[in-house]
Design a protein around this ligand. Structure first.
Ligand code: NAP
Length: 437
């Protein structure tokens, strides 16, 4: 073997993912040595509270609290696993400046500061590995960056948030309300005590920006594209979609569109016969379409201790072998090729599912049709059930009314939304979701 010295790692953070990484490195050390060509050794494990009980037994003397250890000469790689963006960003900068490679699972950090950190790594001739930051244990970063390198990527369509996918599955399959499905996800450890970033689409959108930069060289921030979460859906919407032949999934999409990059993260109706519609529970799936290979699908657990740790350790093995140092400078992360500009949201064209809670009175349907028609939106089909959402007593009762549109632009829909907001034939809780495939 060319390099028999161990690869020496400073593990920063020993929580869910960090302790999983330590477990794999300690328990599978022989297997890892064989695959990496040398040992991977934890030389320090830096935490906030050294008195906390950990579910991994570390070698004596490596638990520490000082970030100064990152710069120690015996450290080759800094593994940032603390989360957040402020301290984590400082740690990554400190490591790169001290000539260490970096491995991180932190999508929020890469979404917010990736551009700057990748440039810093390039200037210092160091590598940032981030397989675990998108879809946890699913090797999609490696897939896009290495295995599909022969292809010009045409599109990426992905279920990137396991928590949302679990909640949507639980609701439809077990006839559960949104609120009860969220608390079940929390009981199972799929959702944080505050699941906001998962259910409002932020987490999936952050991961989409990383994939967009990797596959298309485009640097997008979260405000550059439509983002909607599953937190405004209710069980009835999943059932109406089911009745029409669709499943609702939180879908993140990046695709080439006439010289632009179309980007959005939204709950989306997907035809039931498509692979993405069959992804259940907390699983992730990423469909990557290349110009030569056609469509490929990557699927598996997008979060959780051991799946995420699996991705982190694979990055460490890539660094130990020397592969990552060779391929990282060649990735399209610096915009050396002309990046695709982002398609303005108003120009995104799709079919839509529109759900109204409408007053059961003469003229309601024609009011809705007139507003849609005013904005050039053509109706493909509609369903109206005669059960009441709300009894009207002496006034009109409220019934669900669902419209499926032909393809129209986001701009036309936004203009119609404004008019619908003032339409007194419907309640204000109108829901609009795009349709895929
Ligand atoms: N959990 C998942 O399934 C998953 C999946 C994919 C990606 N990720 C990403 O992986 C990263 C880590 O997530 P996690 O779930 O493992 O987090 P976690 O369980 O909260 O663990 C965080 C660790 O970082 C340490 N830490 C936090 N702030 C610190 C500070 N200021 N100084 C020193 N140590 C500090 C904590 O120390 P103490 O133990 O002493 O408190 C703890 O060991 C995040 O970026 C997350 O987005 C997680």
């Amino acid at each position: 073997m060319a390099n028999q010295q161990p690869l020496r790692v400073a593990l920063v953070g020993l929580g869910t993912v960090g302790s999983g990484v330590a477990k794999i490195l300690l328990e599978n050390s022989e297997h890892i040595k064989q695959r990496a060509g040398r040992e991977i050794e934890i030389v320090s494990a830096i935490v906030r509270d050294p008195t906390k009980t950990r579910n991994v037994k570390l070698p004596e003397g490596i638990l520490a609290t000082s970030f100064d250890l990152i710069e120690a000469p015996e450290v080759d790689v800094v593994c940032e696993l603390i989360g957040g963006t402020t301290t984590a960003g400082d740690i990554v900068r400190q490591g790169l400046t001290a000539n260490k490679h970096v491995v991180t699972a932190n999508k929020a950090l890469l979404c917010e500061q990736g551009d700057e950190l990748f440039q810093l790594a390039q200037q210092n001739g160091k590598t940032i590995c981030f397989e675990a930051a998108v879809a946890g244990g699913v090797p999609v970063i490696d897939g896009v960056a290495q295995s599909l390198a022969a292809n010009k990527i045409q599109s990426i369509k992905a279920i990137l948030n396991g928590t949302s996918n679990y909640i949507l599955t639980e609701m439809l399959d077990h006839n559960t309300s949104y609120e009860d499905a969220v608390s079940k996800a929390q009981d199972k450890g799929y959702a944080e005590a505050d699941p906001k970033m998962d259910v409002d689409g932020t987490d999936a959108a952050q991961k989409l920006t990383i994939l967009a930069q990797l596959a298309f060289g485009t640097k997008a921030s979260l405000s550059d594209f439509p983002r909607q979460g599953i937190d405004e859906l209710n069980l009835a919407d999943l059932k109406y979609a089911d009745e029409l032949g669709y499943r609702v999934k939180l879908l993140a999409i990046a695709r080439r569109n006439n010289g632009f990059l179309e980007l959005h993260t939204q709950p989306t109706l997907i035809r039931k016969n498509l692979p993405m519609a069959a992804v259940y529970d907390a699983y992730n799936m990423i469909e990557v379409e290349g110009d030569a290979v056609g469509k490929t699908w990557f699927a598996g657990m997008g979060a959780g201790q051991m799946p995420t740790a699996s991705a982190v350790v694979s990055d460490l093995i890539d660094l130990a072998v020397g592969r990552a140092q060779q391929t990282f400078p060649l990735l399209d992360l610096w915009g050396q090729s002309e990046p695709l500009p982002i398609l303005p949201a108003e120009k995104i064209e799709r079919k839509y599912y529109l759900r109204f809670h409408a007053f059961d009175q003469p003229g309601t349907i024609s009011s809705i049709a007139t507003i849609l028609g005013n904005h050039g939106i053509s109706i493909a089909s509609c369903i109206q059930h005669d059960f009441e959402i709300q009894s009207g007593g002496s006034a009109a009762s409220v019934v669900p009314f669902v419209v499926m549109t032909h393809a129209t632009t986001e701009g036309q829909m936004r203009a119609a939304d404004e008019e619908l907001a003032n339409c007194n034939a419907i309640q204000p809780d109108y829901l609009r979701l795009p349709i895929q495939g």
